[in-house]
Design a protein around this ligand. Structure first.
Ligand SMILES: Cc1ncc(COP(=O)(O)O)c(C=O)c1O
Length: 366
């Protein structure tokens, strides 16, 4: 399916396809950008939910300072379209990756995360040899217990060691509060996130006090951005998934003020029983792991099970009219694991196809 379908009604298109409601995405981008602007935080949205430079540029047009990615190859894809200020919020290890990163520093201005000297020293040597400088940020473990230095002495020692290297420059710290997103009680969630952000703010103060550079203090996912944005000492937020506002964020993380914008358009291919319909969009189209998809427009239909090519729906009295050939839209539960299954996003303005964007970061895993 190509650009020749631009202007066509959604129901004309072949399925399954990954659809963006452009009005909702645009308004989510605007609302997040304005919220962070009001709270005097820079926005460097994580691109992992869309992996698409065209969308990163929309975020930049709304006020984002650049992009956050997880891989060197994703940074290359963004940089190839002219985005320079890119945070790779991940540990980069291996000779080939360090060489690619150093090469990228010649035509963009990436920042790379680290939590150990062993990730930085070889990169610094290559950058120095190439005559470039790569910006470095230290990831601190603020309770997620994934990666990150321990706050305090370990962080300070690493910062000091990095500050002495040629070929890299330490620019700040980051932390991710991913373990606190689903806390049910709003007060408790706010309290724990504030505590986690205070760890970063304290570390930043200590580094600056000891003469080390710490311009950037980065944190914040969509599931908590409304709280992290209130916290003193944080300079920028990485929240990205809010542009699609998946049910994961709205239901599990209790985030308000955004509307789900990403769906899969599917076709009913079988009606084995009155209360069962089967769609052409299984796990190769839609990953249900973090959050099950929701059946749009049919409140009494629900997703029962997905296998490789089939999605089984349980139908209530209202949706039992669905017949073979009908189109059904499934709101994606959590975009990050579904986007990489597709070559393209189909962007709809209302029910009309406005744009087809290649997901250029698809398959960029190195
Ligand atoms: C390093 C990092 N930053 C930020 C986020 C938040 O991203 P999002 O706002 O898309 O949930 C994540 C989520 O996994 C992450 O791993």
């Amino acid at each position: 399916m190509t650009a020749s379908y631009i202007g066509h009604h959604k129901s004309d298109l072949d399925t399954p396809i990954l659809c963006i409601d452009l009005d909702l995405m645009d308004s989510n981008i605007k609302r997040m950008a304005e919220f962070l602007h009001r709270h005097k935080k820079s926005w460097r949205p994580h691109a992992k939910c869309h992996k698409t430079p065209a969308i990163a540029w929309k975020e930049i047009a709304a006020g984002a300072i650049g992009a956050t990615v997880a891989k060197v190859s994703e940074a290359e894809v963004m940089a190839a379209t002219g985005i320079r200020d890119i945070l790779i919020a991940n540990m980069i290890v291996g000779q080939m990756k360090w060489e690619r990163l150093a090469a990228l520093c010649a035509w963009a201005d990436p920042i790379v995360a680290c939590d150990h000297f062993a990730q930085v020293e070889p990169l610094a040597a290559i950058c120095f040899r190439n005559g470039v400088t790569c910006r470095i940020i230290i990831e601190i473990n603020i309770g997620l217990d994934r990666v990150g230095t321990r706050p305090g002495r370990d962080t300070f020692d690493l910062a000091l060691a990095i500050s002495k290297l040629k070929g890299v420059e330490l620019v700040g710290i980051m932390g991710y509060e991913g373990h606190l997103l689903r806390i049910e009680n709003a007060e408790e969630k706010r309290r724990q996130i504030r505590e986690a952000m205070a760890i970063l703010a304290e570390c930043a103060d200590k580094l600056r006090h000891d003469g080390l550079r710490c311009d950037i203090v980065s944190a914040g996912g969509t599931g908590s951005y409304h709280i992290s944005a209130e916290c003193d000492g944080i300079t920028e937020l990485q929240c990205g998934g809010g542009i699609f506002a998946d049910p994961f964020y709205l239901q599990e993380c209790h985030v308000g003020g955004l509307d789900s914008a990403l769906s899969v358009l599917a076709t009913v291919v079988s009606r084995p029983t009155l209360d069962r319909a089967v769609l052409d969009s299984g796990r190769k189209t839609l990953n249900p792991d973090v959050q099950l998809p929701i059946v749009k427009d049919w409140p009494d239909a629900s997703v029962k099970r997905l296998s490789a090519e089939h999605c089984e729906l349980t139908l209530g009295p209202q949706s039992q009219n669905l017949k073979i050939g009908d189109k059904v839209e499934l709101i994606v539960g959590y975009a990050d694991f579904t986007t990489p299954l597709h070559d393209q996003f189909y962007g709809f303005r209302g029910e009309r196809l406005e744009v087809v964007w290649p997901i250029l970061g698809r398959g960029k895993l190195q």
